[in-house]
Design a protein around this ligand. Structure first.
Ligand SMILES: [Zn+2]
Ligand SMILES: [Zn+2]
Length: 361
């Protein structure tokens, strides 16, 4: 029972996954918020690489619930109903979301590691990942727990606010590595949305030289505009050699591996200075090869992250609002919900230099 309900219809339009590469917009009941939850009317939902994985391999999800499940985890919107006990948000609040809600009862959640919840996927125990284990934002309405919501500052648009997880991920990566970034040299591998946002975050946090590697000249150029000092096209030169030349054989303090390619993990550990740090941020298509002797010999610290924990999304919004990082340049395409197939293809095929494709229900 919701304690505050605005005029919310009984049914809505929502994209539903029916099988591999089979997503259709259908009519579905509008969900009702339970205790601690709110109903969000979605204004914008961005497509992420993870959505393509879900679309291609629904088994990627714990239980794909084919014919019912709605993906989409990078969205923003307006609160239209609140459930029992909710006083953190009110009808009319503009909100951005983060995907992960930990169960709140396992030892990892208690320690603040809610993106690594030990009850991951267990809805009965209170865990949720919107757009993955429960319904997400490629719909007119979606349910969120209050601890996955952040009020959007007035100077941030709904479309920009869909980038909070893109920015929250490198912020969390820096957190987890215990790095300060200020005055440090950083190499960022892969100019995808997360790599480009990582450039902006590191620049804003006072990094010294920032290296950015990639293959697409247009993306590397954009990376330069966003704050990279040295861009390296890995098709033209060996990125490890370039970094070592620039740093006179020292290597960088911090490497953020956001490429997810077959060679990038090995490049990452070879670019780090002795005692430096590497964070593996990307997902990989399959097993990768790296010479583990290199980081062992050099005492390189290696970290992984899952998602955007420790309220990194709230900090991303703060940085956006203060003009330290910019989301607008990422939003290259917008589509209505009915055109979600076209939107997904535009993103998957990199059409017209697509970076972030936003669906607006
Ligand atoms: Zn995502
Ligand atoms: Zn947990």
């Amino acid at each position: 029972m919701a304690v505050e309900i605005e005029k919310v219809p009984q049914t809505m339009r929502a994209a539903v996954l029916f099988g591999p590469q089979d997503i259709r917009v259908v009519e579905k009941p509008v969900p009702r918020p339970g205790p601690g939850e709110v109903l969000v009317k979605v204004a914008a939902c961005a497509i992420c690489g993870t959505d393509l994985k879900i679309l291609a391999h629904p088994d990627f999800l714990h239980s794909p619930r084919l014919g019912e499940f709605t993906p989409g985890h990078e969205y923003s919107g307006t609160v239209v109903a609140v459930g029992e006990t909710v006083d953190e948000f009110h009808i009319g609040d503009r909100v951005a979301v983060e995907a992960h809600k930990g169960c709140g009862r396992c030892e990892n959640c208690v320690m603040g590691l809610y993106t690594a919840c030990l009850n991951y996927g267990n809805v009965a125990k209170g865990h949720r990942t919107v757009g993955m284990t429960v319904d997400g934002g490629f719909a007119e309405y979606v349910i969120n727990h209050v601890n996955t919501l952040y009020k959007i500052p007035d100077n941030i648009s709904f479309a920009e606010a869909t980038l909070v997880t893109t920015a929250g991920t490198p912020i969390y990566a820096i957190d987890q590595s215990g790095s300060l970034v200020a005055g440090e040299t950083v190499a960022i591998l892969g100019p995808g949305p997360i790599g480009l946002m990582a450039v902006q975050v590191c620049r804003a946090m006072g990094a010294d030289t920032i290296f950015l590697t990639g293959t697409r000249p247009s993306r590397l150029e954009l990376g330069k505009q966003m704050g990279a000092d040295v861009t390296i096209n890995v098709r033209e030169s060996d990125p490890v050699e370039v970094v070592m030349d620039y740093t006179r054989g020292r290597g960088v303090d911090l490497v953020l591996e956001c490429a997810g390619g077959p060679d990038s993990p090995d490049q990452a550990v070879r670019m780090a200075k002795r005692g430096g740090k590497v964070v593996f941020v990307a997902y990989y298509k399959g097993p990768v090869t790296l010479d583990l002797n290199v980081p062992v010999r050099n005492n390189v610290q290696m970290y992984t992250i899952r998602g955007e924990g420790r309220r990194a999304c709230a900090r991303a919004l703060s940085m956006m609002s203060r003009g330290l990082i910019h989301a607008a340049p990422f939003i290259t395409h917008r589509f209505p919900l009915e055109a979600i197939g076209e939107a997904l293809r535009t993103f998957a095929e990199d059409r017209d230099r697509a970076i972030k494709v936003v669906v607006e229900p």
